[in-house]
Design a binder for this molecule. Structure first.
Ligand code: HEC
Length: 151
């Protein structure tokens, strides 16, 4: 009986938190969240870029770890772009993110389609495959930035 009561409270609290996270999130919290995810993306892209460019020795395990992290991160920034989060903290997101939501989603989908290919290439350890997959990933970053992020 007591166990059932505790469980019920846990579920109720989980519901409160889930609702709060989506309904009452402040624009500055969302903006900082998405910027944090993008910073983490860059954090993982830079060492991969150094290895691809031969500026750092290639380390298969380290590269794969970065690629896997980027693949996870590629799914995460988008819920930080909810309605009303175009202002409220310094942001470089252009109004087109909201006025052309379909185009923004397309750019996000294109990016997310490339990161699993980078993971697959990283698993082979073949630098030609890695270079080509890494190039496709960074191109998808740039494509979105060109249209949806101000300089
Ligand atoms: C679908 C669109 C899209 C894709 C894909 C995308 N970005 Fe961005 N990125 C944005 C937008 C929009 C902002 C501006 C966010 C803001 O300021 O609110 C941004 C901001 C950033 C920032 C600045 C964060 C800060 O505030 O300091 C970095 C760094 C960044 N992106 C890196 C990347 C990297 C690396 C990739 C690819 C691996 C990538 N982004 C892919 C849209 C995208």
């Amino acid at each position: 009986m007591q166990k059932a009561v505790k469980l019920g409270l846990g579920v109720a609290l989980a519901t409160v938190f889930a609702t709060a996270a989506f309904a009452q999130v402040k624009p500055d919290t969302a903006i900082q969240y998405r910027q944090g995810i993008f910073k983490a993306q860059l954090w993982n892209v830079l060492p991969m870029a150094a290895m691809v460019q031969g500026k750092a020795p290639y380390d298969q395990a380290a590269f794969l770890l970065r690629a896997q992290r980027l693949d996870q991160l590629s799914k995460m920034a988008w819920d930080g772009f909810g309605p009303g989060t175009n202002a409220g903290a310094p942001t470089k997101a252009r109004p087109e993110v909201w006025s052309n939501g379909a185009g923004f989603k397309q750019a996000a989908d294109a990016f997310q389609a490339e990161t699993p290919k980078l993971v697959a290439a990283a698993q082979t350890g073949n630098m030609d495959q890695i270079k080509s997959a890494f190039g496709a990933v960074t191109k998808s970053c740039d494509n979105c930035h060109d249209n949806f992020r101000s300089k």
